[in-house]
Design a binder for this molecule. Sequence first.
Ligand code: ADP
Ligand code: MG
Length: 241
Amino acid sequence: MSLLELSKVNASIAGFDITHDIDLHVEAGEAVALVGRNGAGKTTTFRSIMGLNTIDSGSIRFKDEELTELRPELIPRRGIGYQPENRDLFTGMTVDENFRLPIWTSGEARGIDDEDAVVEDIFELFEELRDRRHANVENLSGGQGKMTAIGRAMALQPDLLLLDEPLEGLAPVVVENLKRYIHEIIERDIAVLIAESNASHVPEIVDRMYVIERGEIVADGDPEDLVEDQEIQMLMQGSGE
Ligand SMILES: Nc1ncnc2c1ncn2[C@@H]1O[C@H](COP(=O)(O)OP(=O)(O)O)[C@@H](O)[C@H]1O
Ligand SMILES: [Mg+2]
C-alpha cells in the first residue's frame, strides 16, 4: 500500500476538464516530483489532493483512506501538509504565529501536545527565519516567505508534504538554501511531492519524477534519465497552447 495513491483522477474547474486519468503514487518517506510547464495541471492536482478542487471521477487514497470523501479541513489532520504556490500566508500575523495557527485549530485532532516543541523544531530547520520570528509576514523577502509557507505546512507534523513550486522566482543563492532545507526535510523521513515547472533542479532533489502535460501524466521514472530525454526536453520547452 502506497502512502498516497491517485487513480484515474479527473478534476475540473468551472466545468472545464483539467486533469485526465491522473495515476500517481508516493511511498512513505519518498521524494517525488511532478514536473510540467505552466498550465499543465500541477496546482490542480495538488488542490485535488487537498480537497480544494472538484473531482469528477477517480480515487485519491492516503494511508488507505479515501480523501475525496473527507471534508477539506480534515485532510491536513490526516497528515498532509501543503505549501500553496502563491504562499497564501496568514497576513497581519508574524512568522511564529503562522506556524502556530494550524496547531491552534487542528493540533489536538492531530495529537500534538507540545506546541512549543513543534515550533522550535521548525525554526531549528529554517535557521534564516530565526531572527524574523516576530516579523509580520508582509515584511518578508521572497525566500523567507517560501520558507514560512513550508514551515507552516510542517506545523501538524505531516507524513507527506506537498510543495508547489518552492524554488520558483527566487535568486540562485536562495534556491540553493531551499534545496538544502528540502533535503533536510526528506532526511526527517517526511515524504515530499514537489511541483516544478523547471526540471533542472529536480534530479538533485528527488528519487522519482512524473511529467505532466495538458492534464495527463505522460512519463514517469528516474529524474536523471527523464531530464536528459530529448522528447521530454522538447515538451518542456514547447510554447504551449
Ligand atoms: N480558476 C481557473 N479557472 C479556469 N481555468 C483554470 C483556473 N485555474 C487554472 N485553470 C486552468 O487549468 C489548467 C491547469 O492549471 P494549473 O493546475 O494551475 O497548472 P500548473 O500548476 O501546472 O501551472 C490551465 O490550463 C489553467 O488555465
Ligand atoms: Mg501551478
